[in-house]
Design a protein around this ligand. Structure first.
Ligand code: HEC
Ligand code: HEC
Ligand code: HEC
Ligand code: HEC
Length: 110
């Protein structure tokens, strides 16, 4: 786990580590991250970048790159950015992204 992720976890309090039950109901990913570090956890000067590259860098600085994650994530290394599946202002905390929005061939990462 990166230093940045550890310090974000510290700022968020240990409740986050202990249980997803501590997430507020219906909270978006963005709202959840804002509680830890504000808009600037992901955006420069609260302004979204045009191409999403800056935000993608921020995700990776805390969570690691796609290549460093599990098989589902590895399968998309070089093809997608985090927000393609985890749209921060739309996706709710605790809700896993689905595959069939992009693949209709029933593939898995195994
Ligand atoms: C977890 C990272 C994250 C946080 C925190 C975050 N954003 Fe975003 N935001 C994104 C990403 C990534 C996009 C690109 C669009 C998308 O995929 O949802 C985006 C898009 C936007 C957009 C473009 C319109 C839209 O909804 O797509 C605005 C405006 C915006 N963010 C403002 C903010 C503000 C203001 C805050 C703080 C209250 C904030 N964001 C917090 C990641 C984040
Ligand atoms: C192809 C779509 C896809 C992309 C791209 C993607 N994810 Fe995921 N992510 C998923 C799915 C599906 C899950 C739930 C199943 C799993 O854990 O593999 C998940 C789970 C997670 C979790 C754990 C959440 C939980 O349920 O405990 C984190 C954290 C995460 N992703 C972060 C990221 C980050 C950071 C990136 C970019 C570096 C990223 N993801 C890119 C699909 C994606
Ligand atoms: C400042 C560090 C930081 C940044 C930047 C950051 N995250 Fe996180 N994120 C965390 C922490 C801490 C957690 C809570 C512990 C965990 O689930 O790993 C978390 C949780 C998550 C989860 C799991 C939420 C759930 O449903 O359980 C996802 C998905 C996620 N982040 C995606 C992203 C994406 C996508 C970006 C970039 C747009 C991003 N994060 C940027 C620190 C960060
Ligand atoms: C946002 C769109 C999107 C989502 C959602 C998505 N994928 Fe993908 N996936 C892609 C793209 C783009 C590629 C690269 C081109 C291709 O192989 O079709 C890819 C490639 C793959 C590959 C092949 C990787 C390789 O080595 O060739 C696998 C396996 C895969 N996805 C599984 C999944 C699974 C499992 C899920 C659900 C957890 C999922 N995808 C969700 C867009 C997506």
């Amino acid at each position: 786990m990166s230093k940045k992720l550890l310090s974000a976890l510290f700022a968020a309090g240990f409740a986050v580590m202990m249980s997803s039950a501590s997430f507020a109901a219906d909270e978006t990913l963005a709202e959840f991250h804002v509680e830890m570090g504000g808009c600037e956890s992901c955006h420069a000067n609260e302004e979204p970048s045009a191409d999403g590259a800056y935000e993608f860098e921020q995700c990776q600085s805390c969570h690691g790159s796609l290549a460093e994650m599990d098989d589902t994530h590895k399968a998309h290394d070089g093809a997608l950015m985090c927000a393609d599946c985890h749209a921060p202002h739309e996706a709710k905390v605790g809700v896993k992204p689905t595959c069939d929005t992009c693949h209709d061939d029933g593939r898995t990462a195994k």
